[in-house]
Design a protein around this ligand. Structure first.
Ligand code: KIV
Ligand code: NA
Length: 277
């Protein structure tokens, strides 16, 4: 398969073909996404929670995200690779935003970056796009600022709040974002907005009307323990399989059943004889 480019996503939208996006955080998950034929891979700052054990996305650093994104890059050929710019790495000024985005492109080989919110992030998106780096927007529930939004909860559930979500999405589109994520907003808000969206919209908890969907790798495969958001559908239950596998290993080690003869190395018979002398 050839490498997916932002223009290919626009073409898919124009053709009415839905876009499948998934997160990945390391080399094996990138290879799984590649083999499964996804269109877009996001190294989400959800990595903070899914693989680094923080209790929100806020603490993850640029260095941490760069290490994860570079590992994903090495496992990926075809899908478009997007990296989340972490909280605090782009908001303060256009210069800081461009410098951070450039670092990601230089040090990881990602194809695009994603930033959260409308408001001042619209200016940051415009500045990064002007610097020649494709930007994906993200509106609705924006986890980096969840505290200000009243926690991890759906956004745009009143007409006024919905208007703010719409304004953000349209402004990001106007700023040159090649695609926008809608997270955790009522389907009605998505339905109202879609006719005005000329760029591909990727939904997560935003109903069926978007041009594509994104889910967190650990959520959709059931790797991550704990409570999942309403919009998560589990397509596998790997956590249970992984625990069962490690439990069997532990039991076999304790019972002396592992390793068996076939797991060991041998030496030529004459060498073995000399060794015994
Ligand atoms: O960090 C992430 O995984 C995301 C997606 C859920 C859109 O931003
Ligand atoms: Na994110």
């Amino acid at each position: 398969r050839p490498r997916v480019a932002p223009a290919d996503l626009a073409a898919r939208k124009a053709a009415g073909e839905r876009i499948a996006m998934v997160t990945a955080y390391d080399h094996p998950s990138a290879q799984v996404a590649e083999a499964a034929g996804v269109d877009v891979v996001l190294v989400g700052d959800s990595a903070a929670m899914t693989v680094l054990g923080y209790d929100s996305t806020v603490p993850v650093t640029v260095d941490e995200m760069i290490m994860l994104t570079a590992a994903v890059r090495r496992g990926l050929q075809s899908p478009l690779l997007v990296a989340d710019l972490p909280f605090g790495s782009y908001e303060a000024s256009d210069e800081i935003a461009v410098a951070t985005a450039q670092r990601f492109v230089k040090e990881t080989g990602c194809d695009a970056v994603k930033i959260e919110r409308g408001g001042t992030s619209v200016d940051r998106a415009r500045a990064i796009v002007r610097a020649g780096i494709p930007v994906m927007g993200h509106v609705g529930l924006t986890p980096q600022t969840a505290t200000a939004l009243g926690g991890y909860r759906a956004q745009g559930r009143t007409a006024d709040d919905a208007l703010a979500v719409c304004e953000g999405a349209l402004a990001l589109q106007e700023a040159g974002c090649f695609a926008i994520v809608f997270e955790a907003i009522p389907s009605d808000v998505t339905d109202a907005l879609m006719p005005r969206m000329s760029v591909p919209v990727i939904g997560i908890g935003a109903g069926p009307a978007t041009d594509g969907q994104v889910l967190v790798f650990h959520d959709l495969l059931g790797i991550y323990g704990g409570r999942a958001a309403r919009f998560v559908k589990r397509y596998a239950e790997l956590r249970g399989d992984m625990i069962a596998g490690v439990e069997r290993y532990v039991a076999e080690v304790r019972a002396g059943q592992y390793p068996a003869t076939e797991h060991g190395y041998s030496m030529p018979e004459e060498e073995s004889a000399r060794l015994r002398e």
